[in-house]
Ligand binder design. Structure first.
Ligand SMILES: CC(=O)N[C@H]1[C@@H](OP(=O)(O)OP(=O)(O)OC[C@H]2O[C@@H](n3ccc(=O)[nH]c3=O)[C@H](O)[C@@H]2O)O[C@H](CO)[C@@H](O)[C@@H]1O
Ligand SMILES: C=C(OP(=O)(O)O)C(=O)O
Length: 419
């Protein structure tokens, strides 16, 4: 069993380099199924989720070569001979479902287990499936599996009831090899959608409008190989920004795209934190106790749900009362119980949490219930009085590259212990 142990109270200073985005690299690796030619990604984040998607790809017959020192990966999908990825792999990560669009588009068939719910909500896939059906696929479900078949997908107009990130990505990937034009309306606008579209366009796809609510895809006959650099992880950046603010630190966060972290900059400014912006890095200086601010999670460019738990850790020691409202997922407050173990004063009222800022948090034994809940507990542990031990750290390993090493370099008293 592994745990992360933190002795709180150290002020963080120095520089941290942000890794490439988990939520970009996963769909982009899946998209490499669309071409028989080699796709190379440079400087990828070596995360557990990346290993899972690579194993899914491998199970289908793709040749994957990861150069672990440089973080470069080569994918060649010229020998795809299995059309059903194994349940044991798919169930480990929801993003495995993103192989569905590419497989359907290129091979006309896929059978994959339903991803099911998880700790943050039920997370249905109805919008993905409606999109595939609109493109002409015959979609059936049974015995925990979804199967889709088609001769050749045909472009269509698809309106998403909610701007789902995964549905936009999956439908976009399905449409690139379809006959004719597809329009996705009320599409998700997240930077990771733009990164995926850029990757696909560099392979020869014809996608316009990614990053707006209307994405147009003109189907092409085949795609080439390509070389691509994945965008920096805006959620990892936001997590280190909060760490600097919480610990009254002075931290330079390198390898960021300012536009992508605007919602976090705005909320930290409102909380009285000083932020100095440069083109590819920012400096976060937490001179004073943060002021309470209200937050409502929204699809991009709104405040990201993936930063909600970390901001709740910050608001737990802020001056005043804040209200955090989660509108994207129906059950994303699992971290509240654990933060309360650390003396946070939080009450849940429907989709909102009311946080009375305390003068201090106290160290405790806590468990990571999901990825960002785990990140919030690390943040709380950095500022809590005494020792915090975080269990179930495998959730954190899904999405943070060398989290202990990076915080240690900034001066945190943090270690990973294997028992
Ligand atoms: C790997 C990845 O990129 N994960 C991100 C992605 O997840 P993911 O792509 O799963 O998130 P979605 O945008 O699809 O989900 C948003 C909301 O839409 C609902 N929904 C979604 C699809 C569907 O067919 N039907 C439906 O009702 C979901 O239950 C949820 O309530 O976007 C989320 C929202 O920014 C982030 O928190 C995740 O980190
Ligand atoms: C919810 C997240 O990821 P996933 O969609 O892979 O569960 C996340 O990155 O916070």
């Amino acid at each position: 069993m592994e745990k992360i142990k933190i002795n709180g109270g150290n002020r963080l200073t120095g520089k941290v380099k942000i890794s490439a985005a988990k939520n970009s690299v996963l769909p982009i690796i899946a998209a490499a199924l669309l071409s028989p030619y080699e796709c190379i990604l440079e400087d990828i984040p070596l995360l557990d989720d990346v290993d899972v998607i690579c194993n899914v790809m491998h199970s289908l017959g793709a040749a994957i070569d990861i150069e672990r020192n440089s973080g470069s990966i080569s994918i060649k999908s010229d020998n795809i001979n299995i059309l059903e990825p194994p349940y044991e792999l798919v169930r480990r990560m929801r993003a495995s479902f993103l192989v569905m669009g590419p497989m359907l588009s290129r091979f006309g068939r896929i059978k994959i287990s339903l991803p099911g719910g998880c700790n943050i909500g039920t997370r249905p896939i109805d919008l993905h499936l409606k999109g595939f059906a609109a493109l002409g696929a015959e979609v059936t479900m049974g015995h925990g599996y979804v199967e889709a078949k088609c001769n050749k997908l045909k472009g269509a107009k698809i309106y998403l009831d909610f701007p789902s990130v995964g549905a936009t990505e999956n439908i976009m990937m399905a449409a690139v090899l379809a006959d004719g034009e597809t329009t996705i309306e009320n599409a998700a606008e997240e930077p990771e959608i733009v990164d995926l579209a850029n990757f696909l366009n560099s392979m020869g796809a014809s996608i316009i409008g990614a990053g707006t609510d209307t994405v147009k895809i003109c189907g092409v006959k085949e795609l080439n190989g390509t070389k691509h650099q994945v965008i920096p992880d805006r959620i990892e950046a936001g997590t280190y920004m909060v760490a600097a603010a919480l610990t009254h630190g002075d931290v330079i966060i390198e390898n960021i795209i300012l536009e992508h972290i605007r919602p976090m900059i705005a909320k930290l400014n409102e909380a009285g934190i000083t932020i100095i912006e440069e083109p590819t890095r920012i400096r976060v200086i937490g001179k004073n106790r943060p002021k309470a601010v209200d937050i409502k999670t929204m699809p991009y460019p709104g405040f990201p749900t993936d930063m909600q738990a970390q901001f709740m850790a910050l608001m737990s020691i802020a001056e005043g009362t804040s209200i955090i409202t989660e509108t994207v997922f129906e059950n994303r407050f699992m971290h509240v119980t654990e933060l309360k173990r650390m003396s946070a004063d939080i009450k849940i009222d429907g989709r909102s949490a009311v946080i009375e800022g305390k003068n201090k948090l106290t160290g405790a034994k806590v468990k990571a219930t999901d990825l960002r809940a785990g990140a919030a507990l690390i943040l709380a542990g950095l500022v809590a009085e005494g020792t915090t031990e975080i269990f179930d750290v495998h959730h954190i390993d899904r999405g943070y590259v060398d989290v202990v090493g990076k915080f240690k370099l900034l001066g945190a008293d943090i270690e990973r212990i294997t028992e």
